[in-house]
Ligand binder design. Sequence first.
Ligand code: AMP
Length: 399
Amino acid sequence: MKILVLNCGSSSLKYQLIDMDNEEVLAKGLCERIGIDGSKLTHKAEGKDPYVVETPLPDHEAAIKLVMNTLVDPEHGVIESVDEIAAVGHRVVHGGQAYSSATLVTPTVKKVIRDCFELSPLHNPANLMGIEACEAAMPGVPNVAVFDTAFGQSMDEKAFIYAIPYDYYEKYGIRRYGFHGISHSYVSKEAVRFAGLDYKTAKVIVCHLGNGASVSASINGKCIDTSMGLTPLQGSIMGTRSGSIDPTIIQYICHKEGRNVDYVMDILNKQSGILGISGVSSDFRDVQAAQHEGNHRADVAIQSFVYRIAKYIGSYITAMNGVDIIAFTAGVGENDGEIRKAVCDYLGYLGITIDDEANAMRGKERIISTPDSKVIVAAVPTNEELAIARQTLALVTSR
Ligand code: AMP
C-alpha cells in the first residue's frame, strides 16, 4: 500500500511517497515559492537522478497537480497511476484540544483546523490548503490529518494549565499544547525499541534540538510534560525564538522603544534565540564556528542553550521520578556530539557517562552512553514523514 505524505508551508509543499509494505521511500520532493515568482519542483525518485521543473505554481492545488503528474511521469515517476495512492497523510500543526490522535479528514476536522488559524497563523492555513488541494486533485482518496499537538494532549491538567485566570482556559483554550509531537512520539518509541526497554514502563526524555527545539517526558506514549506552550515560542532557546522569558520584557521593550506588542512578538520569534544572543546566525554550525574562534556572544549563546536543555531534563526527571533513556534528535540532536556531550556533562549526578567514540559517530540510531552508564543516552534520527505514514496507514486499514 502506498501512502503520500504532505507537509505544506505557506509557500512550500514537501512530499514523500512511501511504500508501506517495506516502508521504502519511493520518491520525495519539494515545491518552493508557491504563489511567488520563480516557483519550482525538485523531485527525487529512488535510483534516479533529481528532476527539477521550473514552472509557475499559483497555488497549492497547482503544486499538488504537478506532484501527481511527476509521480506518474514515465521517465521520472515511480507509479503508473494515481490510483495506486491509498491515502494521503498531512502534517497539521495545531489541532487545539479536539484531537489526541490522527484523524480522517471530514468537514468537522477542517473546521477545527480553521478554528486554530489564530493559534498557528503560519502553518494551519497552509495545512488546510494542502488538504483541500488533495481533495480536488484526488477525489475519493482519504486524507488523514496527523497533528503536531496530538502528543501533548495526554498531559495532565496540572502540567498544561497556565497560572492565569481559569476563564482564559475555558473561554479561549489558553493552555500548553506542546509541538514537535509527531517527532517526540516517534523518537520515544524508536529509542525504547532500539535500547531493548519495555515501552509500557520506560521513562523517556526526548530532546528535539533543531532550529526549533523542545524537550518531552513520556511513559508508554503518554506525554508527562513537554517544553513548548500555547505556541512554539515557549520553552528552550531556539534558532531565532527566545523560548520562555519574563512576559514583562514585552511591555518594557514596547515602552522603551515606542513599539507595539506585534513588533516585539516578531522580535521574539525571528530575531532572538541563538541568533539574538550571538548576533552571528541562527544556524548552530555558524555559531559554533564563531565560538571556536573565541567570539564571546557565540559562546554565551551555545552555553545558554545547553544549560537550558539540561535544566529541562533535570525537571522532567523530577516529573517522572526517574528516567531510563534520554534520546537526542533533529538537526543538532542527531548530528552534534559536542552539544550532546555538553548537555550530558550536567547530568553526572545521575551516573551518566558518554562513550566519546559512539558520540562522535554520525548517521543511524545509536547508543552514545557507556555500558555502565546508569541511564541510556541515544542519538535517534527523527522521521516525521514515516511517523505520519504509519499513523495514516493504521487509520485507513482499520476502517
Ligand atoms: P532542523 O531544524 O532539525 O533541520 O535543524 C537545523 C539545525 O541543525 C541548524 O541549526 C543546523 O546548524 C543544525 N545542524 C544540522 N547539521 C548539523 C551538524 N552536522 N552539526 C551541527 N549542527 C547541525
